[in-house]
Design a protein around this ligand. Structure first.
Ligand SMILES: Cc1ncc(COP(=O)(O)O)c(C=O)c1O
Length: 361
């Protein structure tokens, strides 16, 4: 086994509710740990899945034809410029496998989606990380960190776990300064939540001669995390390379029909976006009242400074509230909480106040 595989650690997923309830003997717990959509899947997606169930003995459409056509129309790109993935995670891994070998490196922020480092390490290449600046990607420093060995840059906008965004001006400077042979992965998993007019939608910067890959997912805004479906948009040549590496049926049949239906469910998107905005505002105001610092977020989660986060995390678990400790991101004083339903948000705030020994309101 190559020594870089020996050094790989297993990705630590958020604790499932069932495990918590078994271990701590609590019931009625809530999970705000994996940035899932608390409002459930799009009802149209559920209907489409029900209709597709009798055909489960068939393999899925390996090309994802209808979903790619619908996305192409929606995004104003050619269907050949789109690859579907078993979650956008699948595509993150394909990119690393396609472009990295031992001796190469990939540049990313110190605290960015932890999977980037893992997929890079799995290829034997080196992940080089650049510190965040005020909890936000420092695109200037990332551009400076690119060397002749750099093949890939991973960016998440909004970033996970901070929820921050980089703005249009900084992004445009960055795009100009990146060498033409470096692939930039713009992971826009939470883009659907952002309402800042200075947010740079990386899809608008797609050009046939620019090595830019935009990643999107149906896991967040569309509430289909359990089905695993995401997509990438990029130059046709890059997409062709990724297609050679992917499994022939990497996106299952139910995921394809559900994503197609969810894409047209405007009502669901509008409702989720509004509820998330209100939930974030509620959580941020509660933090202000409790005297907890937080990082203002554009995503569906909030990074909160709570002192001894390990202890607070454990105490919340005992109250049946699952959030995410941030030691894996080298933030031992922070917890990341996903925006829940209004009831879940209230329960989290009351529980946190009780654990910290402060008033919730
Ligand atoms: C920044 C970022 N990118 C990608 C993903 C993966 O999403 P998917 O469910 O599409 O694999 C996540 C999931 O939390 C994420 O936070």
């Amino acid at each position: 086994m190559p020594e870089w595989i020996q050094r790989l650690a297993v990705y630590p997923p958020g604790m499932p509710i069932e495990e918590l309830e078994r271990e701590y003997g609590v019931t009625g717990s809530i999970k705000l740990a994996s940035n899932e959509n608390p409002f459930g899947p799009s009802p149209r997606a559920l209907e489409a899945i029900t209709k597709a169930l009798p055909n489960l003995h068939r393999y899925p459409d390996g090309s994802g034809y209808y979903l790619r056509q619908a996305l192409a129309e929606r995004l104003g790109v050619s269907a050949d410029a789109i690859i579907l993935g078993n979650g956008s995670n699948d595509i993150i891994e394909l990119v690393a496998r396609a472009f990295l070998r031992p001796g190469d490196d990939a540049v990313m922020a110190d605290q960015a989606f932890v999977i980037y480092q893992m997929v890079v390490q799995a290829t034997g290449a080196t992940a080089r990380s650049v510190p965040l600046k005020r909890y936000t990607h420092d695109l200037e420093a990332i551009a400076r960190a690119i060397t002749p060995s750099t093949r890939l840059v991973f960016l998440a906008n909004p970033n996970n776990p901070t929820g921050t965004i980089y703005k249009r001006e900084e992004w445009e400077e960055f795009v100009k300064s990146v060498p033409a042979d470096v692939v930039v992965v713009a992971d826009d998993a939470y883009a659907d939540y952002v309402e800042d007019p200075d947010y740079p939608d990386s899809l608008r910067y797609q050009r046939h001669d620019r090595l830019l890959l935009t990643l999107r997912t149906f896991s967040k805004m569309y509430g289909l995390a359990g089905l695993r479906v995401g997509y990438g948009v990029g130059p046709v040549e890059v997409i062709q390379v990724l297609n050679r590496l992917r499994q022939p049926f990497n996106v299952n049949a139910l995921a394809q029909v559900a994503a197609l239906a969810a894409l047209d469910d405007r009502e669901h998107v509008v409702r989720v976006r509004r509820s998330n905005r209100e939930g974030l505002a509620y959580l941020q105001q509660a933090c202000d009242r409790m005297g907890c610092r937080y990082v203002p977020s554009w995503a569906n989660f909030l990074l909160i400074e709570v002192g001894e986060a390990g202890r607070v995390y454990e105490a919340l678990l005992r109250l049946g509230v699952i959030v995410r400790p941030m030691d894996v991101y080298q933030l031992p004083h922070h917890l990341r909480v996903t925006v829940g339903t209004p009831e879940e948000n209230r329960r989290f705030v009351d529980s946190l106040a009780a654990v910290l020994g402060v008033a919730a309101s």
